[in-house]
Ligand binder design. Structure first.
Ligand SMILES: [Zn+2]
Length: 138
């Protein structure tokens, strides 16, 4: 049901707004070719996964303690939300040598209800070298 991330050409602008091309930014993380080195990189890849509806990456990168069910997440992805822009406002820790970190961001989206801005401070943990999204304060 979910559309593979590869629908988006590698040469297009990465949805996460890094200014880099998709193929050099979030695509290798979504394809499991490369791990996100930092909490912010994982956060960006998850935003991109929402934008391109990559269900597998969202599940992969969600900590098992808070991960929603596949069907629940799939339902939220098949809605009419279009993700427009990501702005990362701040990060705390979350570096390659940290085990935890937070990322504060605003994600703009558009749906039948109009334009929305989600302002969240997300918490991440690193286990066995992989970053996971835990939860966030909206
Ligand atoms: Zn990206």
């Amino acid at each position: 049901m979910s559309t593979p991330a590869t629908d988006l050409p590698d040469s297009s602008r990465c949805p996460c707004g890094s200014g880099d091309i998709f193929g050099a930014c979030c695509a290798p993380v979504l394809r499991r070719e490369r791990r996100a080195a930092t909490a912010q990189a994982l956060m960006r890849s998850r935003y991109t996964a929402f934008a391109v509806r990559d269900l597998e990456h969202l599940l992969d990168s969600w900590h098992p303690s808070t991960r929603p069910g596949r069907e629940e997440l799939e339902d939220s992805l098949t809605s009419d939300v279009r993700w427009l822009r990501l702005q990362v406002l701040a990060t705390e820790q979350g570096g390659p040598f940290d085990d935890a970190g937070t990322v504060e961001f605003v994600a703009s989206s558009k749906s039948a209800q109009g334009r929305q801005e989600q302002h969240e401070i997300s918490r991440f943990v690193r286990e066995d070298g992989a970053w996971y999204y835990v939860d966030g304060d909206v």
